[in-house]
Design a protein around this ligand. Structure first.
Ligand SMILES: Nc1ncnc2c1ncn2[C@@H]1O[C@H](COP(=O)(O)OP(=O)(O)OP(=O)(O)O)[C@@H](O)[C@H]1O
Length: 674
């Protein structure tokens, strides 16, 4: 059953799937697995069919070769007639050559089909995950998703692709070898066939123990990998906190558990081989005993007996291989369950039928409107946003502030259409973004995420990520504008220097500036900066501020920040407060800081009832926007709207989001750095 270490690993994976079948819920039938994944074999079926045909040719050659072996034994060895040797010997050689070529070609085309199937299915699942909101991956353990894209996809292939080929060829081989043995002596064949259940019984007895051992191995392997992954990913933390010995101990403990689980498996595989061998020996002795009796009685030749034994030696592995099919099915069922779960997850948003491209010739002016937007994350009872309205004019800088968890980053996700709002709408240049193609929408909106996201490629790759066709000069220009060029020049390989895993070979400020260069190169008219200064100290923040201003110049910018010290002068400020637990009251404020933003956000606060905490800066211009409970709505409506009173008033005046227009924003002095 377990012949090579690779097969052993495969078997343990297979058995562990069976063992943990309950959690993995292989409630999927064989038919359903085939129905779901058979279409993935389109274009590959000829390869698999060729694999079956070639494997059958090889098996037939083996049947014929054994026949020749019997013939040589009887006609040459027993009679000592050397002259009768050459023809069968050359034929045997010819058969061996044909079998070798057929076997090689069969394995090759089957492997080609299998690898292409894996490639196609993995691409399909990965492409589907990319269509889902990023939260889909973020909510899951990365290791689990990786296992689905590798082990589970492979398990499906082993059933639907190469597994099917293997099953068909094993079945054909079993029929040929059994048939050939039957032709030599049908009564002797029946005796030996009667011993086949003994193989199945031993397999069954071992499988149960193997299953437990394999499940332990898989579990401890997962635990060990987690320790490794965490230890390596958090290496700076481990070293800074002097936790190296503790981490080493943790790994050693998990490693020892894994070792014990592996030894249990090794013990079982070691025992299984001799157990099967005992049965095979029993079979052989029975055959030899009965054969000797039959030879003495003149009813069987020595060549016939040896050929008979050779057929049985090939028949038993074929039968075992068919027996293992049940394990392949279990594994594939569990794997397909997990893959189907991904494939059946519907994207939170899709392009509407008839969706159009944003803007004129793909580029919009950059006006953004949030109109009474309400949103609750799927599976969450409480809304994150309720009746949020504000607008940003083309080229305007709007600072979005508010306490942690108020939903600021969620607004960015809605603007990118990772989700659609449950209520209200978001407009880009006056067009509801639900009517735009997601590709064109996202081409017009660049988000700089709170955590700088870099790939492990070179500096150049990371800058050009949003525009892979950018020329070298364009990359350098963007890098210069972002203040990247000077430090890149000092790197050992310049723009070709690898930035390391998630850009960890660079400082936080350098990473951030590369992300700014990437955004500059992308040149989208709308920009969302989500806490661009987070994690940067004062000096770094100052260094990043200059390139940021260049990036913001001429673009509609929504700057999300807790820290109003980073709000450029003259910027309009929108404050978002969390949706209160009980009341439907929601308050947000818009203001314009004076020459310098207030040092403390508290200085801007004003209570919902209107009892103002005075702004620290005397020149602060302020608008108050409030989304109010139904009884307050009229009051809100009377206050007008932020930017287009006519449009809102013409809509549903009694449900309007209340806006109190403050002093007009002062002149912006964060204008593009020239
Ligand atoms: N994918 C998600 N699924 C469910 N809830 C989420 C998800 N993402 C965020 N939330 C919740 O939504 C609320 C708003 O989160 P969001 O990240 O928008 O806040 P924020 O104002 O940007 O906070 P911070 O300033 O700390 O970044 C939080 O309570 C958060 O727990």
């Amino acid at each position: 059953m377990v012949n090579t270490p690779r097969e052993g690993r495969r078997l343990s994976r297979r058995l562990s799937f069976v063992a943990s079948g309950r959690e993995l819920a292989p409630a999927i039938t064989l038919r359903r697995t085939f129905r779901e994944f058979w279409p993935d074999t389109r274009g590959l079926r000829r390869l698999f069919a060729a694999g079956v045909v070639l494997a059958i040719v090889a098996a037939l050659c083996e049947v014929a070769a054994i026949r020749l072996f019997g013939h040589i034994t009887d006609e040459v060895l027993a009679t000592r007639e050397l002259g009768a040797f050459w023809v069968p010997a050359v034929s045997w050689l010819g058969l061996a050559a044909v079998a070798g070529v057929a076997s090689f070609a069969g394995s090759y085309v089957t492997a080609l089909g299998a690898e292409r199937f894996l490639l196609g299915l993995r691409d399909r699942v990965f492409a589907h995950i990319q269509k889902l909101a990023p939260d889909f991956s973020e909510k899951r353990r990365l290791g689990d998703l990786m296992a689905r894209l590798t082990d589970d996809v492979e398990a499906i292939e082993e059933l639907v692709g190469s597994g099917l080929v293997k099953a068909l060829t094993a079945a054909a081989g079993a029929v040929f070898f059994a048939g050939a043995a039957f032709l030599i002596r049908w009564d002797l064949a029946l005796v030996t066939f009667a011993l086949i259940p003994a193989f199945l019984l031993v397999s069954r007895a071992f499988a149960a123990r193997f299953r437990t051992a394999a499940a332990r191995e898989r579990y401890s392997n997962g635990a060990m990998n987690s320790v490794l992954e965490e230890g390596l990913a958090n290496q700076p933390l481990v070293q800074a906190y002097n936790r190296q010995p503790a981490e080493a101990r943790r790994l050693h403990t998990e490693g020892r558990t894994w070792l014990r689980a592996n030894m249990a498996q090794a013990w079982l595989s070691g025992l299984y081989g001799p157990a099967v061998q005992v049965i095979e020996t029993v079979c052989l002795i029975v055959i030899l005993g009965v054969g000797a009796w039959e030879i003495a009685a003149g009813r069987l030749t020595i060549g016939g007996l040896l050929a008979f034994a050779a057929y049985l030696a090939l028949l038993y592995p074929a039968v075992q291989s068919l027996g293992e099919l049940a394990l392949t099915v279990s594994e594939a069922a569990a794997g397909s369950d997990r893959i189907i779960e991904i494939l059946r997850t519907k994207p939170a948003v899709t392009d509407a039928p008839g969706a159009v491209a944003a803007g004129t010739r793909g580029r919009c002016r950059g006006r953004v409107d949030f109109e009474r937007v309400g949103f609750t994350y799927p599976g969450r009872g409480r809304p994150v946003l309720r009746e949020v309205s504000f607008a940003a004019e083309p080229g305007e800088l709007l600072v979005l502030t508010g306490p942690s968890g108020a939903g600021k980053s969620t607004l960015a996700k809605l603007l990118l259409r990772f989700y659609d709002p449950d209520a209200g709408r978001i407009l880009l240049d006056g067009a509801d973004i639900r009517g735009l193609t997601r590709e064109s929408l996202r081409a017009n909106v660049t988000v700089l995420h709170q955590e700088t996201l870099l790939f492990s490629g070179s500096v150049r790759d990371n800058i050009a990520y949003g525009r892979p066709d950018a020329s070298h000069d364009e990359v350098i220009k963007a890098a210069e504008a972002a203040g990247v060029h000077d430090f890149v020049k000092l790197l050992p390989q310049g723009y070709d220097t690898p930035v390391g895993q998630r850009g960890r070979l660079l400082s936080g400020g350098q990473r951030q500036r590369i992300a700014i260069a990437r955004a500059i190169l992308r040149d989208a008219p709308v920009l969302v900066l989500d806490e661009p200064m987070s994690g940067l100290d004062e000096t770094m923040a100052t260094q990043v501020m200059q390139p940021l201003r260049r990036l913001m110049a001429g673009r509609t910018t929504i700057l999300i920040t807790h820290d109003l010290r980073h709000a450029p002068e003259g910027a309009r400020i929108v404050e978002l407060e969390p949706v209160p637990r009980e009341s439907r009251l929601r308050l947000k404020r818009i203001g314009t800081p004076a020459r310098r933003p207030a040092p403390s956000r508290d200085a801007h606060h004003e209570t919902a009832s209107g009892a103002a905490r005075q702004p620290a800066s005397p020149g602060m211009a302020r608008q108050v926007v409030s989304s109010v409970s139904p009884s307050d709505r009229m009051c809100g409506a009377q206050q007008g709207t932020l930017s287009d009173p006519g449009r809102h008033a013409a809509g549903a005046p009694d449900a309007l989001h209340g806006v109190r227009q403050g002093t007009a924003p002062g002149p912006r002095d964060d204008s593009p750095e020239s």
